[in-house]
Design a protein around this ligand. Structure first.
Ligand code: R5P
Length: 306
């Protein structure tokens, strides 16, 4: 544990996120303190938070937890946040580069849980500020509508990904695989003047989507598919197949959140996808765009600094 007696803030992290925690701590010039986690034989968790010589935390604490594979992590957040308050943290910020449970934003069938509201309310009850990247907000405009805290900051990976695409595939044709990706396509295209287009998608099941290409001339073009996330990879794989059929010279993929569940990467390869690039919001071999700098700037906006 790196102690910094003069700093009124610290960054708390779990051992499986030590590398991104160190990058964020360095960018934000915060001391990084690891939370110790023990799993009992019956599956319960015990957390031990790092404290100073007086057994206290600084008045401002930041907890880094990216919420892919989220279920157990929500219990970790509950235990860590309540304990941090008891140990003297008056202001708590959650940095969740990937924020789970945002996609179920309405009851599509009677009786369905609206997870966005339930999980958003849970997080608002624990934290004073939440910072994330490209949360999947489809039917609402701001993160604060899902998580009602004084600082609810949603950054975007679209522009940093666009910078990478401009280096690796100058003159690329940017394509969004569905209507929801239009926002990220617009941001990325505006930054580098890429030609761009957005497909239409109808989802029939977890791994079953139908996609139509928009009117576009992909003949001989280097195409990059850009989206907020790839989960099963089926959306991007089908879009890639259609683009090859339309005469693309290459098809690569750029996503903010590299969820890549199960055989997603294999599905992309089989569809002829070349490179796969992602931000480091979720640790993955495809990570090519670091987000520590923007996250650190967001922390300063939340009033967290040394
Ligand atoms: C939904 O609209 C998202 O932006 C992604 O397109 C979607 O989550 C991708 O899911 P999958 O990779 O399972 O097709």
């Amino acid at each position: 544990m790196t102690t910094s007696p003069a700093c009124p803030a610290c960054l708390l992290y779990f051992d499986d996120e030590a590398a991104p925690a160190q990058r964020l701590a360095q960018a934000a010039t915060l001391p990084a303190w690891a939370i110790d986690r023990h799993r009992f034989p019956d599956g319960e968790l015990k957390l031990r938070l790092p404290v100073d010589a007086a057994g206290r935390l600084p008045p401002r604490a930041v907890l880094l937890r990216s919420l892919h594979q989220p279920n157990e992590k929500l219990i970790e957040l509950l235990l860590a946040a309540r304990t941090a308050r008891a140990l003297g943290a008056e202001h708590l910020t959650l940095v969740a580069p990937y924020l789970a449970y945002m996609r179920q934003d309405m009851a599509f069938q009677p009786g369905e849980a609206v997870s966005q509201q339930v999980v958003g309310g849970f997080l608002a009850g624990l934290f004073d500020a939440v910072v994330t990247v490209d949360p999947h907000l489809h039917r609402i405009d701001t993160l604060a509508q899902a998580i009602a805290v004084p600082h609810a900051l949603a950054l975007s990976g679209a522009e940093p990904l666009a910078d990478l695409i401009a280096q690796r595939r100058p003159g690329a044709l940017l394509v969004g695989p569905d209507g929801e990706s239009a926002q990220w396509i617009a941001q990325a295209a505006a930054r580098h003047g890429f030609d761009h287009a957005v497909c239409t998608k109808v989802r029939h099941g977890d791994r079953d989507v139908a996609i139509e290409l928009p009117p576009l001339d992909a003949q001989g073009r280097a195409v990059v598919l850009l989206d907020d996330m790839a989960s099963t990879g089926r959306t991007l794989a089908l879009a890639a197949r259609l683009l090859w059929q339309a005469g693309a010279a290459s098809v690569d993929v750029a996503v903010t959140h590299a969820l890549f569940a199960g055989d997603a990467l294999q599905a992309l390869r089989e569809a002829g996808v070349g490179e796969v690039w992602s931000t480091d919001c979720i640790p993955h071999p495809s990570n090519a765009v670091p987000m520590a700098g923007p996250l650190a700037r967001a922390l300063r906006q939340c009033g967290v600094s040394c």
